[in-house]
Design a binder for this molecule. Sequence first.
Ligand code: NAD
Length: 488
Amino acid sequence: MTAPNERDLLAALPTGLFIGGEWTPAEGGGRLPVFDPATGELLVEIADASAADAVHALDAAVAAQESWAATPPRRRSDILRRAFDLVRERSESLALLMTLEMGKPLAEARGEVVYGGEFLRWFSEEAVRISGRYGLNPEGTGRMIVSQRPVGPCLFITPWNFPFAMATRKIAPALAAGCTVVIKPPELTPLTTLYFVQLLVEAGLPAGVVNVYTTRRSSVTSAPLIADPRLRKLSFTGSTEVGRRLLAQAADRVLRVSMELGGNAPFLVFDDADLDQAVEGAMVAKFRNIGQACTAANRFIVHESVADEFARRITARVASLKVGRGTDDGVQIGPLIDDRAVAKADELVRDAVERGASVLTGGNALTGPGTFFEPTVVAGVRPGSAILHEEIFGPVLAIATFADEDEAVRLANDTDYGLVSYAFTRDLARGHRLIDRLETGMMGLNVGVVSNAAAPFGGVKQSGIGREGGPEGIHEFLSTKYTLIPAD
Ligand code: NAD
């Protein structure tokens, strides 16, 4: 396979809205510029949809719903499977596009193509396994039939940090279940979705089943869709703050929702942990995606007897990370998404230091072009520091300490979030206790990354509602129907 060229890739990219199987300009010709965060340069301008455009996208999804729901599961499955094969064929182009618009190192973008592609394969397999139940009622007077129906047209709103996987994690199960889709990709990284929808078309997806509108007016365009009685499901991935607002809008119509929201993952290192394993786990849990993951370890909570040694080992690793444009060889840390993200990382480090923490490596924003922050370790973080309560979303590793297991659990659970937790211990009994005691939807026990298409991804508390991936994932797009008929 020849490596794609940046310029050719961008020149060939569709820049319109994809509605009812056609690429169309935005009403009024509005344009949305997309920039490379590593250089600050304009990559391309695409359509900037109005509220009327968004409603047209929903019109198309509604028009296609009945025939897509009636399409045999095997055919839906075959389309998803072909899309999976096409993703594998075009993986280099998808990865490069993601690196250009989001900044992650190319090696990580390739990893996301594999991860995101797996949802297409997984749900192509699930599409033909939607089952029901049949049985006599306890009284013997009736026969009960329980079946699963597609929910109906869905609106998806996705974040910029995983431009491919956040789209496939929603689109694949929806298509498998027989639902049609309107997707609004993030304004900062919309290009990957535009590229991907072409692969769906090439895989044989009928017109109107997936519709895409790009816009800088997220709330103005999504509000009329959420208020529209023809929309049957909202699935959102993004910040808890925006999720809360969308939930309030959805409540007016008692609209079905899935919410994949923010995190504040604790990373516990016990005194009996294999420290080498903990350091390896910490590097991925913290620095994958430049620290910009909802699953990123946000608080390293380390037993006081091993905290100095853990800090020493991790600092040596962090100090050697190579920072640069994601397309350059060997780069491990790309830019943050924008100036605001840099300012936030800077503010959190300053606040932690003012409250008594020390910077062991890094600690500063880098001068441009691009929006870079140095890979950083801050140790001795005191209770009350903002860095322990807010999502850092940057390459900053913050270490606090604990004295015993009860304190570790108390600190870990001391947050409104509950997406994922990590714990490193060689004590099996302790591991089992932690599975029960840590209030998160997911947990990595002696591992630093948990995501897998076959696993139910999602959080508890203010990290969200619902699960994506695994056998659970398709149920977010199915409604249970119970029918009773007389026994004779
Ligand atoms: P964000 O909430 O700012 O934006 C997410 C999406 O919502 C974007 O498409 C944006 O355009 C849109 N949006 C913003 N305001 C809106 C509004 N008022 N009405 C309708 N749509 C609106 O989040 P982000 O900065 O793109 O992503 C980072 C956040 O996403 C972090 O909090 C991260 O933890 C979270 N996240 C969660 C998961 C998960 O699976 N739980 C995965 C990835 C990211």
